[in-house]
Design a protein around this ligand. Structure first.
Ligand code: PLP
Length: 384
C-alpha cells in the first residue's frame, strides 16, 4: 500500500539533492573545520558555503547566521541568550499563548529565574489583537517573541507590523520562523527582526540541525558553552554533514518554493473545500486567508481526533493532532483551547499538512476515505 504522508509540519523526508550534498561529509570529508590542515580547510569551506546559502535565503549577511542542533535550541538560545545579556534593563518578556513548546518552556524556565512573561491571547480565528499587544509593553520589557506561522493551524502573525511597534519602544524582537521558512516569501531585512529561528527537518533537510539569524550588533549570550565555534556564539564541533544539508535545502527552496507552494496550496484548498462539504459538522480551525499554504486543521465534531488518525493510518494515510500525551493522558491541543475551542472540539481536531511530494491523486483518495472514517467513528462515539 502506498503511504500518503500528510504530516509535513511534524517532519519532512530528506530531499534527494540534500542527501547528495551531505554524503561526502559523512565519508571522506570528515575533517574538523577548526583544524588548519587540509582536511580541516576543506570542510571549513563547506561550512562557509552553507552559511552563505542560509543567509541568501533569509536576506542576511553570512556573519549573522549561527548553526544550532535544532529549532528548539535556536528558540532556547534566542530567549535565554538575550535574557541573560540584557536582564539588567528589566525582566519582562512578551509572547503568545500559541507558541511552540520550545518557546513556552524557555519562558517558563525564565519565569523560574525571575522573568515576568505576558502570554498574549488569540481570538477564535487564532489571530492576535494588536491593540492588546501595544498595551502589553511596559517599563522593563526586554524582548518580544512571536512565531511567524503556527505549526498546528498555519495561521500567520503580522510580524513586520509587530516588529515596528516593538522597535518604537526600543524592544528586541525574536520570531520562531520554523514553520514559515519554505512556506512564506520573506526577508529578514524587510521584517527587521532581531532574531529568527529555523529548523532543518521541517524543510527537507535532516533532523538535528537548525540555525538562528542574529542581526549584527544584537547581543546574545551563548547557551551551549564550549569552544569558539560560531564566533563564540555556540560551542561544539559543527554537525558538518547536516549543516551542508541545511544549506542545500535552503538554496533549493530559494529557487523552487514559489512554484511548489502554488501546487501545495491548490491541493490543500481542494482538500479543505471537499472535506468541509462532504463531512457534516466539520470546520476549519484558523483564519481562512492568513495561513501558510500547506496546513489544514479540521475539527470533526463528535469524534476523537486520535481515532481519526489511527483509522487513517490503517488506510495508509498519516495525519496528526496537536494533542500531546502527558502523564499517560491525552491532552487536547493547548493551541486550540487558546482559540476558545472546548475540550471536545479541540480533541476532535486533526491536522493535515501537505508537502512537495503529495499528488492530486493522493488528495483525492484521502478526501474519499475521510467521510467514511468519520461516519464510522461517530456511530460508536459517546459524544455524537
Ligand atoms: C518543529 C518546531 C520547532 C522545533 O524544531 P526542532 O528542530 O524539532 O527542535 C520549533 N518551533 C516550531 C514552530 C516548530 O514547528
Amino acid at each position: 500500500m502506498e503511504r500518503i504522508y500528510l504530516d509535513h509540519n511534524a517532519t519532512t523526508p530528506i530531499d534527494e539533492s540534500v542527501l547528495e550534498a551531505m554524503l561526502p561529509y559523512l565519508k571522506d570529508r570528515f575533517g574538523n573545520p577548526s583544524s588548519i590542515h587540509s582536511e580541516g580547510q576543506v570542510v571549513k569551506e563547506a561550512l562557509n558555503r552553507a552559511r552563505e546559502q542560509v543567509a541568501e535565503y533569509l536576506g542576511a549577511e553570512s556573519s549573522e547566521i549561527v548553526f544550532t542542533s535544532c529549532g528548539t535550541e535556536s528558540d532556547n538560545m534566542s530567549l535565554i541568550g538575550i535574557y541573560d545579556y540584557v536582564r539588567g534593563k528589566g525582566n519582562h518578556i512578551i509572547t503568545t499563548q500559541v507558541e511552540h513548546s520550545a518557546i513556552m518552556q524557555s519562558c517558563k524556565y525564565l519565569e523560574s529565574r525571575g522573568a515576568e512573561v505576558t502570554y498574549l491571547p488569540v481570538n477564535r480565528d487564532g489571530e492576535l489583537d494588536l491593540e492588546e499587544y501595544k498595551k502589553s509593553f511596559r517599563e522593563g520589557t526586554l524582548l518580544v517573541s512571536v512565531m511567524m506561522a503556527n505549526n498546528e493551524t498555519g495561521v500567520i502573525f503580522p510580524i513586520e507590523e509587530m516588529v515596528t511597534i516593538a522597535h518604537e519602544k526600543g524592544v528586541l524582537f525574536h520570531t520562531d520562523g520554523v514553520q514559515a521558512v519554505g512556506k512564506l516569501a520573506f526577508n529578514v531585512k524587510e521584517l527587521d527582526v532581531d532574531l529568527l529561528s529555523l529548523s532543518g527537518h521541517k524543510i527537507y533537510a535532516p533532523k538535528g540541525v537548525g540555525a538562528v539569524y542574529i542581526k549584527k550588533g544584537v547581543p546574545c549570550m551563548s547557551v551551549v558553552k564550549g569552544g569558539t565555534q560560531e564566533k563564540g556564539r555556540r560551542g561544539g564541533t559543527e554537525n558538518l554533514a547536516s549543516i551542508v544539508g541545511l544549506g542545500q535545502a535552503m538554496e533549493r527552496l530559494f529557487h523552487h518554493q514559489e512554484e511548489e507552494n502554488k501546487k501545495i496550496k491548490k491541493l490543500r484548498d481542494f482538500f479543505e473545500e471537499n472535506i468541509v462539504a462532504k463531512v457534516q459538522g466539520s470546520y476549519v480551525n484558523g483564519v481562512r486567508e492568513k495561513r501558510v499554504p500547506n496546513t489544514s486543521n479540521i475539527c470533526f465534531k463528535g469524534v476523537e481526533g486520535e481515532g481519526v488518525i489511527l483509522s487513517l493510518d490503517l488506510k495508509g494515510i498519516s495525519a496528526s493532532s496537536g494533542s500531546a500525551c502527558s502523564s499517560g493522558a491525552i491532552e487536547p491541543s493547548r493551541i486550540l483551547l487558546s482559540m476558545g475551542r472546548s475540550k471536545e472540539e479541540a480533541g476532535a481536531s486533526v491536522r493535515f499538512s501537505f508537502g512537495k511530494s503529495n499528488t492530486q491523486e493522493q488528495v483525492r483518495k484521502t478526501v474519499e476515505i475521510i467521510p467514511h472514517v468519520v461516519e464510522k467513528l461517530r456511530a460508536y462515539s459517546p459524544f455524537a
